[in-house]
Design a protein around this ligand. Structure first.
Ligand code: NAI
Ligand code: MG
Length: 357
């Protein structure tokens, strides 16, 4: 049965890197007989320029109809002076909330070929391969009430509300246990059980869910300790599951263990396994239009898309192996360049992945 992919190149380096990922997708589409169809639409700053809004109705309806979305990045200095509600980022937030993309998967993989890029000692990080499963549509970032109010004594007070319902915890928990099942069957749930009631419930539900996944070994850790352990001995983890705010912080921390922002993919999925896939980095306006951006994070995001939303594990593995192969060949974009290797452009990197496939 044919499946549809919506390409949202976005702004800055977005179009350059999505073009390379599209070539790779079209190649595996042929090789593996996947019957994928492709469409593209505007989002972010480029959508604002063309239509006045960051998420045009037409883009949203194409997104709803697609089985999976591949996004480049949005934003840039050109749109920085717009008011909050009209900024390019609203396009992304609008897609996440409209499609209910509650599960954010962020792998942090350190390719052995790039071990020297990390600020940690090679023996601590070499071969690192972990996934952080972050709840993306709930928690303190969305809880009501929120605001800044004036107290009786005239002092102002800022306030947010940290809430998670049982069903929200259960659905992210299931994604995490299933992810652990597909990997090394080890899941660490991160909370602040000692001071936050929300996470008392969180821990209770994770324990309850673990009965449905007897093959997965579940452990719990406080978030402050998890932050320490990630830099002390990150390889003790395999899959980590946590709420929106803790996940925001820990996933950025884990990502930086690898030292290569141009290499990191991400996935955001809903209950129907429909997903939006994008590199962790932004639109890199400082290097846009120069043909030097690293397309590998986007190409690896396409591999995640094949794995999680398009039921094409073989094709996903083939892309990941091809990426590893071009690194073995010593090909490097500027951001990951080091002595003794060969510097290549965005398009040359894309071509090398195609050739390795
Ligand atoms: P950024 O990730 O775009 O860039 C940070 C640094 O990393 C820059 O020096 C950039 O050149 C480099 N870099 C990023 N991706 C690269 C790649 N693929 N290859 C080589 N080098 C790469 O973050 P920054 O500068 O904070 O934000 C720039 C714009 O991107 C802003 O408008 C921001 O709002 C937006 N942004 C968008 C995101 C998204 O669409 N999901 C996420 C983060 C930022
Ligand atoms: Mg963040």
């Amino acid at each position: 049965m044919s499946k549809s992919v919506l390409l949202l190149p976005g702004d800055g380096i977005g179009p350059e890197i999505v073009a390379e990922a599209e070539k790779v997708l079209r190649k595996v589409n042929e090789q593996f007989g996947l019957e994928l169809t492709f469409d593209s639409a505007l989002v972010g700053g480029s959508a604002i320029d063309a239509t006045g809004v960051p998420l045009p109705e037409e883009t949203l309806s194409s997104a709803r109809a697609a089985d999976a979305i591949l996004l480049g990045a949005v934003g840039g200095p050109k749109w920085d002076d717009l008011e909050m509600a009209r900024r390019p980022e609203k396009g992304l937030l609008g897609l996440r909330s409209n499609l209910e993309l509650f599960a954010n998967l962020r792998p942090a993989i350190l390719y052995p070929q790039l071990a020297s890029a990390s600020s940690l000692k090679p023996e601590v990080v070499s071969g690192l391969d972990i996934v952080i499963v972050r709840e993306l549509t709930g928690g303190i970032y969305f809880g009501q009430p929120r605001g800044i109010r004036e107290l009786e004594n005239g002092e102002r007070q800022g306030y947010n509300t940290y809430v998670y319902s049982e069903s929200e915890i259960r659905r992210i928990g299931r994604v995490a246990f299933e992810t652990a099942q597909q990997r090394n069957k080890k899941l660490c749930s991160v909370d602040k059980h000692n001071v936050l009631e929300v996470t008392v419930l969180w821990r209770e539900i994770m324990d309850e869910l673990s009965k449905d996944y007897p093959d997965v070994e579940l452990s719990h850790m406080y978030v402050d300790n998890a932050a320490m352990q990630l830099v002390r001995a990150p390889k003790q983890f395999d899959v980590i599951v946590t709420g929106n705010m803790f996940g925001d912080i820990l996933s950025d921390e884990a990502a930086m263990l690898t030292g290569s922002i141009g290499m990191l993919p991400s996935a955001s999925m809903n209950a129907a396994k429909q997903g939006m896939y994008e590199p962790c980095h932004g639109s890199a306006p400082d290097i846009a239009g120069q043909g030097i951006a690293n397309p590998l994070a986007t190409i690896l995001s396409a591999a995640m898309m094949l794995r999680y939303s398009l039921d094409a594990e073989e094709a996903a593995k083939a892309i990941e192996a091809a990426v590893s192969k071009v690194l073995d060949q010593g090909l490097r974009t500027a951001d990951i360049m080091s002595e003794g290797n060969t510097r290549v452009s965005t398009a040359e990197m894309g071509e090398a992945v195609l050739a390795a496939l």
